[in-house]
Write a protein that binds this ligand. Structure first.
Ligand SMILES: C[S@@+](CC[C@H](N)C(=O)[O-])C[C@H]1O[C@@H](n2cnc3c(N)ncnc32)[C@H](O)[C@@H]1O
Length: 199
């Protein structure tokens, strides 16, 4: 984990690094420059164990189907954190612990439980770009907790076989010629709507 901010986020979440490298203190700055994925070498690099990351359940889980862009996975980690939700990733999703996802998560990776795909709970609601129930018309009963919101890949969306396994398919109405929303934007809107209570 690169940069002081991310290492601090981990510590604030009660997760201590196995090792901490601080330029000029216990490591030469040039060494951090070699291992860094950033344009400018960080002053601090922390080494963490995957096994120390949060586990557990939340009332709402956002499940991503083959979302391959690490920026989207990281952004959705940050968004699920903001709404008290958990995240689940299918096979084929970007690594949430890769450098781009970590940066986009802004430390949320240390707070959001990652739920195995086959262990997601409650009703499954598919978010589909076209043909679902308009989000404003979804009733409270349809989104009773616990709930899993399922979102699809950037290019192909959700396979029909997965949509039919869901309790409900919901679409966020778009105006004009817009084809679809970015998956992270769709997830944020859905979580916000859920947080204010469906109609
Ligand atoms: C970029 S979209 C995929 C577009 C793909 N061509 C399709 O038709 O599904 C990625 C994901 O974001 C979500 N999404 C995008 N626009 C949406 C909308 N208007 N309503 C609900 N979900 C949406 C869906 O989960 C979708 O699978």
């Amino acid at each position: 984990v690169e940069t002081e901010d991310l290492v601090d986020a981990a510590r604030e979440a009660g997760i201590e690094p196995v090792e901490l490298f601080v330029a000029g203190e216990n490591v030469e700055p040039e060494v951090l420059a070699v291992v860094s994925t950033l344009g400018h070498a960080p002053r601090v690099v922390g080494l963490f164990r995957r096994a120390d990351l949060p586990t557990g359940r939340r009332n709402v889980t956002v499940a991503l189907w083959r979302v391959g862009d690490p920026g989207n996975v990281g952004t959705l980690l940050r968004t699920t954190d903001a709404f008290g939700a958990a995240l689940s990733l299918s096979e084929g999703c970007a690594d949430p612990l890769g450098p781009r996802a970590l940066r986009a998560s802004a430390g949320a990776v240390f707070r959001v439980p990652l739920v195995p795909w086959e262990e997601t709970e409650g009703r499954r609601v598919a978010l589909v770009a076209h043909g679902g129930v308009p989000m404003g018309e979804v009733s409270r009963a349809d989104v009773a907790l616990p709930l899993t919101l399922v979102l699809g890949s950037e290019r192909d969306g959700l396979p029909e076989s997965l949509v039919t396994q869901c309790h409900l398919a919901v679409s966020i109405p778009l105006s004009g010629d817009a084809e679809s929303l970015n998956v992270a934007a769709a997830g944020a809107i859905a979580l916000y709507e859920l947080s204010r209570g469906a109609s």
